[in-house]
Ligand binder design. Structure first.
Ligand SMILES: [Zn+2]
Length: 442
C-alpha cells in the first residue's frame, strides 16, 4: 500500500561514456552525476572556462532545427533530447550531465547508450515529493508544417499515442504506449534517429554533420531504408518520434500526468507544447497563492473534530480535516502553526521551532479521526501505543501550514490499528512515522 507521495530520484553514483559528436565528428565524453532534490537536470560544459552549467528548461531553448538546442549567453548545448529522454523516462529527476563539448556523443542514434549509463550508475530515491503537471483541460498545438499535438487529462500516468508519417505519407506508423522505465528501455530507447536523404544531402555538402553516418542514423531514400544494421523494430520510426517527444517535454522540468496524442510531431511542435505547459503551470501557481483549503468534501471542521476528539486547547493539533479518500483508509488534516502556539514560548525563546513530538501528536490526532470515521463510533477512545520509524526532516516555524496525511495500514480485530503518517509543509515532507493505536471504551 503506497502511502507517501511519489518522491524524486537521482543517480546512485556518477557514470559516463565517450563517443563521437554528430555535428563536429570529434570525440566527446559524457558523464552523468547525482544531484540533490529540486535541482532538476543541468548540463555542464567542462571544456569551457569556469565550467558553466545550464538548466535543461524550456526557457533556455534556442533552436529546434533537426535537434533541440539550449543556451544561455553565448553558451550552447546541442542535441539534448536523447539524453533528456532517457533521464526522464528512466525516472531520474535530478542530475548533472557533464560534457567536454557542445553536444553529447551521438552513440548509435538512439537513447540506448544513455539508458545503459543510467543503469550502470543506478537510480536512487530522494526524500522530496516529485513535481507533477496534471492535465486538467485539453491542450492543443498545431504547426504550419502539419504537426498536431493534443494533450488530454489522464491521472493514471503519462501516455503517448503517436502517428508518424513521412513525405507523401510514406512510412506511416502508429504506436500508443505508457511511458514507464521498463517499457521505455525495451520498446523506445533502442529506436534510432532516422533522416530523409533529401534533408541531409545539403547538410553533408556543407559539412555540417561530420559525425553522421549509417552507424548512428537510419537513412530513408525514396522507399529504401539504408542503415548499417537492419531495423530494430518494423515501426522503429514512430518509436524514435516518441523518444524525441519525451526528451523535448522533459524541458518542462516536472512529470506530466496526461495522454498526449501526437500526429507528425517534430521538435518545433514539441517545444511549443512544452512552452504551453510551462505557461499553464505559471498561471496555476499564481492562482494557488494563498493556498485555499477546500470546504466540505466530506471533511470535518473544528467543531466536528471536537465532537470526536477529547483534546482541547492547547493540545488540539488539527484545525480541519480536508478530505477522507473514498476507500476510507486515508485522510488529510490541516494545522496552521501560528506564533501564538504556547510551545513557542519555551521552544525556543527568540528562535521558535515547532517540537517534533507535537508533530507526532498532530499525526496521532489525524489518525484517530480516521479510525473513528472508519469505526463510526465515538464511544471508544484510541490510545496512542507506539511510534516507529519517526523522522523529523525539516523545521516547522510560525506561519507554516502543515498538511497531515494519515493512512491506515493495519487493523487487527477491534482493538489495534496502525497508521502511516507524514506531515507536509510547502510540498516537502517535514516529518513522518508509523503509529499504533489501541481502543478502549470511554
Ligand atoms: Zn531524435
Amino acid at each position: 500500500m503506497a502511502s507517501a507521495p511519489e518522491v524524486q530520484h537521482t543517480l546512485a553514483k556518477a557514470a559516463g561514456f565517450s563517443g563521437m559528436s554528430l555535428h563536429t565528428g570529434e570525440k566527446v565524453s559524457l558523464k552523468l552525476h547525482p544531484a540533490p532534490a529540486d535541482h532538476g537536470i543541468k548540463f555542464r560544459r567542462k571544456d569551457l572556462a569556469d565550467e558553466p552549467t545550464i538548466d535543461a528548461k524550456i526557457e533556455n531553448l534556442k533552436m529546434v532545427e533537426r535537434a533541440t538546442t539550449i543556451g544561455e549567453g553565448s553558451m550552447r548545448v546541442h542535441t539534448v533530447e536523447h539524453v533528456l529522454s532517457a533521464l526522464s523516462a528512466m525516472g531520474v529527476d535530478n542530475a548533472i550531465v557533464e560534457m567536454d563539448a557542445n553536444e553529447p556523443p551521438i552513440g548509435d542514434g538512439s537513447a540506448k547508450p544513455y539508458v545503459d549509463v543510467i543503469k550502470r550508475a543506478g537510480v536512487v530515491s530522494q526524500e522530496t515529493p516529485r513535481r507533477f503537471f496534471h492535465v486538467r483541460d485539453p491542450m492543443h498545438i498545431e504547426t504550419k508544417n502539419g504537426s498536431m499535438l493534443i494533450l488530454l487529462p489522464d491521472d493514471n500516468g503519462f501516455r503517448i499515442s503517436c502517428t508518424q508519417a513521412g513525405p507523401n505519407n510514406r512510412f506511416t506508423q502508429f504506436m500508443s504506449t505508457d511511458i514507464a522505465p521498463e517499457i521505455f528501455e525495451r520498446e523506445i530507447a533502442p529506436a534510432r534517429t532516422f533522416v530523409y536523404y533529401e534533408d541531409v544531402e545539403p547538410l553533408m555538402e556543407k559539412n555540417l554533420i561530420k559525425g553522421g553516418s549509417l552507424e548512428n542514423a537510419v537513412v530513408v531514400r525514396g522507399d529504401a531504408v539504408l542503415s548499417k544494421e537492419p531495423l530494430r523494430f518494423p515501426d522503429e520510426f514512430v518509436r524514435h518520434k516518441i523518444l524525441d517527444i519525451i526528451g523535448d517535454l522533459a524541458l518542462v522540468g516536472c512529470r506530466i500526468r496526461g495522454h498526449l496524442i501526437a500526429v507528425k510531431p517534430g521538435h518545433a511542435a514539441n517545444a511549443e507544447l512544452a512552452r504551453a505547459i510551462n505557461k499553464e503551470r505559471a498561471r496555476r501557481q499564481a492562482l494557488t497563492v494563498p493556498k485555499v483549503v477546500p470546504k466540505g468534501n466530506g471533511g470535518l471542521d473544528s467543531d466536528e473534530i471536537m465532537q470526536i476528539l477529547p483534546h482541547r486547547y492547547p493540545f488540539l493539533m488539527v484545525d480541519r480535516i480536508i478530505s477522507f479518500d473514498e476507500g476510507g483508509t486515508k485522510c488529510i488534516g490541516v494545522k496552521s502553526v501560528t506564533i501564538n502556539e504556547p510551545f513557542f514560548q519555551g521552544h525556543f525563546p527568540g528562535h521558535p521551532v515547532m517540537p517534533g513530538v507535537m508533530q507526532v501528536e498532530a499525526m496521532a490526532q489525524v489518525a484517530s479521526l480516521l479510525l473513528f470515521k472508519l469505526a463510526k463510533t465515538t464511544s471508544r477512545i484510541g490510545y496512542f501505543m507506539s511510534a516507529d520509524d519517526v523522522k523529523f526532516r525539516k523545521p516547522v516555524m510560525p506561519g507554516d501550514t502543515i498538511f497531515i496525511h494519515a493512512e491506515l495500514t493495519k487493523a487487527r480485530g477491534e482493538r489495534l490499528a496502525k497508521a502511516k503518517c507524514h506531515c507536509i509543509v510547502n510540498d516537502a515532507i517535514v516529518s513522518e512515522g508509523e503509529l499504533m493505536f489501541t481502543f478502549l471504551d470511554r
